[in-house]
Design a protein around this ligand. Structure first.
Ligand SMILES: [Zn+2]
Length: 246
């Protein structure tokens, strides 16, 4: 293998590592925001169940006030009734008492409805709380994993960047220019392999036989006629010991 070709292969590997690392780092804030949004959605579900319970309790307090009001009215009528002088007055108060009792009964029915509702809502709250706790645990684990990944990608970016600087010092400036020129117009891929059947592995053009023959030597810098990428050849692995060679 020509040392320059080996360096260009290494440069390509480093450039690809750097590009992948940068792309991954760029997506991190978005992924973090998505995880936070999921947690916020889970928290809103819990909040809504808690709010329903609060509404129920407020309604219940209003009904309790009504009960106190009707009970006060009833006892006032009963006091008055025991003090009246005429039968007519007595009967009139009797009607008032009957009406107040009916009103009281209506409110008491509503209290029972609210109590039944409160039991169902309390069960919903409990379920929402455990669902939220589970979701939070899951999302926190996700975020922890994301931050571990970020740290490892940042570390690989740093080491690839340093290795690239060192490698560039060892490379002929003319080769670096060729590499950069091709990388710029070929989505960052300036070095690739020729396939075993003689194609450029990226643009798939068939290489001329003498060009392919030259690439197979791996001892010079040869570019694809079509896409200009620098090509090298990876020979097939030798057959494993004991394997039947046909
Ligand atoms: Zn090509």
């Amino acid at each position: 293998m020509s040392p320059d070709l080996q360096r260009l292969i290494d440069l390509q590997r480093l450039e690809s590592t750097i590009a992948d690392a940068k792309a991954k780092i760029a997506t991190h804030p978005q992924r973090l925001a998505e995880a936070d949004a999921q947690l916020a959605a889970a928290s809103r579900l819990l909040e809504s169940a808690k709010n329903r319970l609060k509404d129920n309790q407020e309604a219940r307090r209003a009904l309790d006030k009504d009960i106190a009001l009707y009970q006060g009215r009833l006892s006032k009528f009963r006091d008055q009734q025991s003090a009246v002088k005429t039968n007519k007055e007595y009967q009139a108060l009797g009607h008032e008492i009957e009406t107040a009792q009916k009103d009281l009964g209506g409110v008491e029915e509503k209290v029972i409805e609210r109590m039944v509702e409160a039991d169902a809502i309390a069960a919903d709250v409990k379920q929402a709380e455990s669902a939220f706790a589970a979701r939070r645990k899951e999302i926190e684990a996700q975020k922890k994993q994301m931050s571990d990944e970020l740290a490892s990608v940042e570390a690989s970016l740093t080491s690839a960047t340093e290795a690239r600087v060192a490698l560039l010092k060892q490379l002929d400036q003319r080769l670096v220019s060729t590499f950069e020129q091709v990388a710029r117009v070929r989505k960052g891929i300036a070095v690739t392999t020729a396939t075993r059947d003689g194609l450029c592995s990226v643009c798939h053009v068939r290489l001329r036989p003498q060009v392919f023959q030259q690439i197979r030597q791996n001892d010079s810098i040869v570019q694809c006629d079509s896409c200009q990428r620098i090509l090298y050849y990876v020979p097939p692995p030798p057959p494993a010991e004991g394997a039947i060679v046909r």
